[in-house]
Design a protein around this ligand. Sequence first.
Ligand code: TXA
Ligand code: MG
Length: 353
Amino acid sequence: MKQTLVLKVNPDKPETEKMQIAANIIKQGGLVAFPTETVYGLGANALNPAAVSALFKAKKRPLDNPPIVHVENVNTVYTLAEQVPPKATQLMKLFWPGPLTLIFKRSPTVPDVTVAGLDTIAVRMPKHNVALALIRLSNCSIAAPSANLAGKPSPTSAKHVLADLNGRIDAILDAGPTSVGVESTVLDMSVDPPMVLRPGGTPFEALREALSDVVLHPFVAAEKELPVGKARSPGMKHKHYAPNADVTVVEGDIPAVVAKVNEIAETHKRKGAKVGILATDETLISYHADVVKSLGSRFNLAVVAQNLFRLLRELDAEGVDAIIAEGVPTEGLGLAVMNRLRKAAGYRIVKAS
Ligand code: TXA
Ligand code: MG
């Protein structure tokens, strides 16, 4: 067990002294959790193999699932990537800093452990002053997966990070809750047309507007478990975003969904299970269960995304045995929300009609 140092920082103007402490830990090969606009990341010097190995260990992450390398300026991308296609240059101009991760053919100078032995590398520039200052002061690119234990929902606050990693990492920069709430969109630029491997904070619609041709990997909108042979991203084949409770997602028209959710809740209750329901503002009062929480309005999917992981953790903390979640439309940030919910449910999806 280490003592994890908690550094509270101002999200807009992080205090130099505290940032310097965190940067020195990174420089010495240590692990620092830090906020990004999406979720908290667990950072290590991307070019230090021992530090990156320690990162996998702290998270209990399978060694075949590489982290995202975070940069503070576009020039660094050219030292990490072997090939940067013109389309990627355009996307970096349009979307960086922001919740878009790009996959490139990797440069041989990047340690194998950082890319889990793949011939590609995932890179992004986060839109958060604390993250950017940490990279700048550490004077290196920072490899950072989400700062949760493998298999847990990604952390959207320092409290979530500490719940999973207290005593396993050197420090955390606490700058309050994150704004996007789901992880970055992962876009593979090493294939043509570019392919979305993970839906996230940058909506697919925005990418489609910027690129003449861009496709979704079948996993992205999958409604059932697909054979892992088709995985292009190692993360696709690992269990993810799972709370302790059994999750069921109910999809369809609102009145039908409400009736179905209550019906499933009743079945669980009869078996003596403690039931939690993830509702939306519009349906909240129609449900009867031990715990009912609203993700936000169905008409504001950005807020739904912001709340998702926090509420999954809160329901776990309440000790519910079963979670029944309402589906939301798969447009804008809704695609990322549904991707995470369906995975959390192990694809236990009920269509209400
Ligand atoms: O918003 C985010 O992306 C957050 C913050 C901290 O930046 N990070 C994050 O990292 O979600 P992580 O490690 O939890 O997810 C990275 C995803 C994984 O699904 C991984 O498999 C995929 O990116 N990935 C990494 N390198 C890859 C590569 N070379 N090819 C394909 N997928 C890759
Ligand atoms: Mg993760």
